[in-house]
Design a protein around this ligand. Structure first.
Ligand code: PMP
Length: 301
C-alpha cells in the first residue's frame, strides 16, 4: 500500500502529518462527535444513514459542521478513493475545534474535521462459527437525560469503562444495563434476543445508540417475517433467550453463546442468527454509495 491520506479540516495530508492541536476541545473535553462506517467491495454501507446520524448528533450538541451534508458525503467518498481501498473502515470525527483551556465552546471558532480511511481489520472469522462469551458489567449506561447515548459523542468513557470490566472478566465484549436495570447495549454494539417467535432489541430511550446495523437487522428480520420489537428487557430475558446476538459496524452480526456463565440455547450460534448474518451480508455490498476504487475486493468475511 502507498501513502495513507487523511482528510484534515480542508485538505489531504499524509498520515504522519495529520496532527490536531492540544488545545482542541475534542482532546481537552471530549467535545465532539464521530462515526464509524464500513466499505464493502467499494460500497459505503448505508452512508446516508451514517451521515444523518452525524448531523443529528451535531445538532443535538449545537456543533456546526463546516460542510453541508452533501459536501461532506462527497469528501468521504473522495477520501476512500484517494486511499484506493475497496474494503475499508472509515472514521469520521468532528470536534468543537481549537479554543483555550477553558470549557467555553464559544471560544472555539471552527470545528475540526478528520476523515480517516484504513484497511479493514476483519473481525476474527472463527468467532462467527463459535460465537462469543460476554458478561454484564457493573458500569451502567449513561442516562439518556444526562448524556444521550443517541448522540455518538467523543465522550466514550462510559464505554471504555465497560471494556475494562470486560477485559478483567476475560471476555471481549460486555452488556451494560441502564439505571433501572434494563439491558441497554454493549460497549460498541447493540443487542438482540430471540425468544420464541419474537426478536427484541432495546429501544433508544432505554439507553442504546440507534445502530445502523441494528436498524438494518430490524428491517431484514421484519421482511423475513419475524415479529421484531423494540422493547425493554432484563438480564433474566437474556439468560433464558433462545438466541442472543450483537450488531455493529465492526462485528456485523455476532452470536453470543454465553452470558454471565449461562449458556444460551445450545451454546453455539443459533440458526436465526446465522440466517440474519447471511441476509445482512447480502445487503452490505449493494445498499449504500459506490466509490470508484471498487476494484480489488478483499471481501471474504
Ligand atoms: N452502540 C454503541 C455504543 C456503539 O459505539 C456502536 C458502534 N457505532 C453501536 C452500538 C453499533 O452501531 P452501528 O451499527 O451503527 O455501528
Amino acid at each position: 500500500m502507498g501513502d495513507q491520506w487523511i482528510f484534515l479540516n480542508n485538505e489531504f495530508v499524509k498520515k504522519e502529518d495529520a496532527k490536531i492541536s492540544v488545545y482542541d476541545h475534542g482532546f481537552l473535553y471530549g467535545d465532539g462527535i464521530f462515526e464509524g462506517i464500513r466499505v464493502y467491495s467499494g460500497n459505503i454501507f448505508r452512508m446516508e444513514d451514517h451521515m444523518d446520524r452525524l448531523y443529528q448528533s451535531a445538532k443535538s450538541i449545537l456543533l456546526t459542521i463546516p460542510y453541508s451534508q452533501a459536501e461532506l458525503s462527497e469528501l468521504v467518498v473522495k477520501t476512500v478513493d484517494k486511499n484506493e481501498l475497496s474494503d475499508a473502515y472509515i472514521r469520521l470525527v468532528v470536534s468543537r475545534g481549537v479554543g483555550d483551556l477553558g470549557l467555553d465552546p464559544y471560544k472555539c471558532k471552527q470545528a475540526s474535521l478528520v476523515i480517516i480511511v484504513e484497511p479493514l481489520v476483519i473481525f476474527p472469522k472463527h468467532l462467527y462459527e463459535t460465537g462469543i462469551d460476554i458478561v454484564t458489567v457493573a458500569t451502567r449506561r449513561n442516562r439518556p437525560d444526562v448524556l444521550s447515548p443517541m448522540v455518538k459523542s467523543l465522550n466514550y468513557l462510559n464505554n471504555v469503562l465497560v471494556r475494562i470490566e470486560a477485559h478483567l472478566a476475560n471476555v471481549s465484549e460486555a452488556l451494560m444495563l441502564n439505571d433501572q436495570g434494563y439491558v441497554a447495549e454493549g460497549s460498541a454494539d447493540n443487542v438482540f434476543i430471540l425468544k420464541g417467535s419474537k426478536l427484541l432489541t432495546p429501544p433508544g430511550y432505554i439507553g442504546a445508540l440507534e445502530g445502523i446495523t441494528r436498524n438494518a437487522i430490524i428491517e431484514i428480520a421484519a421482511d423475513l417475517g419475524y415479529d421484531v420489537r423494540e422493547e425493554p428487557f432484563t438480564r433474566h430475558d437474556v439468560y433464558t433467550a433462545d438466541e442472543v446476538f450483537l450488531t455493529g459496524t465492526a462485528a456485523e452480526v455476532i452470536a453470543v453463546v454465553k452470558v454471565d456463565g449461562r449458556v444460551i440455547g445450545e451454546g453455539v450460534p443459533g440458526h436465526h442468527t446465522k440466517k440474519l448474518l447471511v441476509e445482512f451480508r447480502k445487503k452490505v455490498v449493494t445498499d449504500g454509495v459506490k466509490v470508484s476504487s471498487a476494484d480489488h475486493s478483499l471481501h471474504d468475511v
